[in-house]
Design a protein around this ligand. Structure first.
Ligand code: ZN
Length: 466
């Protein structure tokens, strides 16, 4: 059998790996949007898959994030007719995220097509019909229960701990007398996360395909999420009459932040300050987190049993409609505003940042990874002025960063995970989903420890598994 690395090769987004069995059966592990090149999202080009979509028999989806799921409708549009296997929460979250992704693409398309008549107007990668067709193909499977796809192929989902429903997948392939056992991590979660279970390493695999997002980087926060939130809310909203504006991803990060505030409230430590969650997608996602609570860790379940809810408490207000979101501008009391998107590219957070960036009583707290070129990254660079929404603004607000909510393991976490998944007994380790420098660091470190064949596949590189 062969593995072809079709995406997230020496970069973070666009996850897509093709398994081709000797019999000709073809399975795709993830089918994500490539944000790195920005080409799929912002330019008028079609996605050209390095295979024929009509010949793919099935897709295994590790989790809902669009850099793993966002090109499934494109695949369907181009002729894929098989099923998409994922866990039940991933199925629900994927439907929201793909719809949101399509809306963003259409808004971008309208912006680019405005004004002069274009020879070839920009089109979305896919339409609503392709999206609905994709959702019809979802087939959900539970964790830790082997599923036989045919005589030669069996898969099993294991908890990856990254976001609700996120899975790592074991793939067992029988070819004649031989059995190949491969583990694909998908995106892993941070160990000791406050909501999710810890990632479950693989047992008894021969090859490991692992994410390497934070290779060479170490989480620096010494505070718990509650201590971190108490610090910022006190500094910003109690010691001065300010606003704490938190850009956060709607899926995973927002729920972790709300839970941290709820724990402070339950301990009687939360100051009497209003907390607004301004993101319709985050609200829908929070419902899915509440619906599938059995997928959360024991600590969350114990809290739920004691307090009756995870994501509801006095002082917390969810904002759904646009009008109420705009009215937050006129709320003059100190407050916290949590809104998406996390890298401050698009979404309602842009309005909140624009309205508060000249307010020296405001702190903008970046709660996650911001890729180069994003507004979040520019703010973190400490620039005195930033260009956003067509204008230049002086930055008088304080800009801070926290990595206590990180949804990926750091270098040490990745090392421990690889060790626990077979370590030196593995025949091959493939690093994907990381910037090249992060992968180099992790590869060198693993090789120094005597690990066998650590690879950093190039895009479209093929490895024969024998
Ligand atoms: Zn992810």
């Amino acid at each position: 059998m062969k593995i072809k690395f079709c995406g997230a090769a020496r970069q973070v987004t666009g996850s897509m790996h093709l398994l081709e069995l000797k019999s000709g059966y073809k399975v795709l592990i993830d089918c994500g949007l490539d944000y790195e090149q920005q080409k799929e999202f912002h330019h008028d080009i079609d996605v050209v898959f390095p295979f024929d979509p009509k010949q793919i028999d099935a897709v295994i989806l590790t989790h809902a994030h669009v850099d793993h799921s966002g090109n499934i409708p494109t695949l369907v549009k181009q002729g894929f007719a098989g099923q998409v296997l994922c866990t039940p929460p991933t199925g629900e979250l994927t439907s929201f995220l793909l719809l949101d992704s399509l809306k963003i693409m259409e808004a971008e398309q309208r912006k680019q097509n405005r004004g002069k008549k274009k020879k070839r107007p920009k089109q979305s990668l896919y339409g609503y019909k392709d999206l609905l067709d994709s959702l019809d193909r979802l087939l959900t499977l539970p964790f830790n229960s082997p599923f036989r796809m045919n005589d030669e192929l069996e898969i099993e989902f294991r908890e990856a701990g990254h976001i609700l429903g996120a899975a790592s997948v074991v793939v067992k392939v029988t070819e004649g007398e031989k059995e190949h056992r491969l583990g694909f991590t998908g995106d892993l979660g941070n160990f000791d996360s406050k909501l999710m279970k810890d990632p479950r390493p693989f047992r008894d695999i021969q090859y490991l395909v692992t994410e390497s997002t934070y290779g060479g980087r170490f989480h620096s926060s010494t505070r718990t999420p509650e201590e971190e939130m108490l610090h910022y809310i006190t500094e910003t909203c109690v010691n001065q009459p300010g606003r704490l504006v938190i850009p956060a991803f709607s899926v995973g990060r927002t729920q972790a932040i709300i839970f941290a505030f709820h724990k402070l409230y339950a301990q009687g430590l939360l100051p009497d300050v209003k907390i607004f969650v301004d993101s319709p997608l985050a609200i829908r996602t929070t419902h899915v987190y509440s619906k599938y609570k059995e997928y959360l860790n024991d600590e969350s379940l114990a809290f739920l049993k004691k307090h009756g809810s995870l994501f509801e408490f006095p002082n917390l207000e969810y904002i759904e409609d646009k009008r109420s979101s705009e009215m937050l501008q006129d709320y003059y009391e100190p407050c916290v505003i949590i809104s998406a998107a996390g890298m401050v590219e698009g979404g309602r957070i842009q309005e909140h940042v624009r309205n508060n960036i000249r307010n020296s009583y405001c702190t903008i707290l970046i709660a996650g990874f911001c890729a180069e070129g994003t507004l979040g990254h520019r703010l973190l660079n400490g620039q005195g002025y930033v260009y956003m929404m067509g204008k230049e603004f002086p930055v008088f607000a304080k800009v801070a960063k926290t990595d206590t909510f990180s949804a990926h393991p750091d270098h040490s976490g990745l090392r421990s995970y690889v060790e626990a998944s077979g370590g030196k007994s593995l025949k091959g380790i493939f690093l994907v989903h990381g910037e090249e420098s992060s992968m180099e660091f992790l590869k060198n470190d693993l090789e120094r420890e005597g690990y066998n064949s650590v690879h950093m596949p190039m895009k479209e590189e093929v490895f024969e598994v024998i």
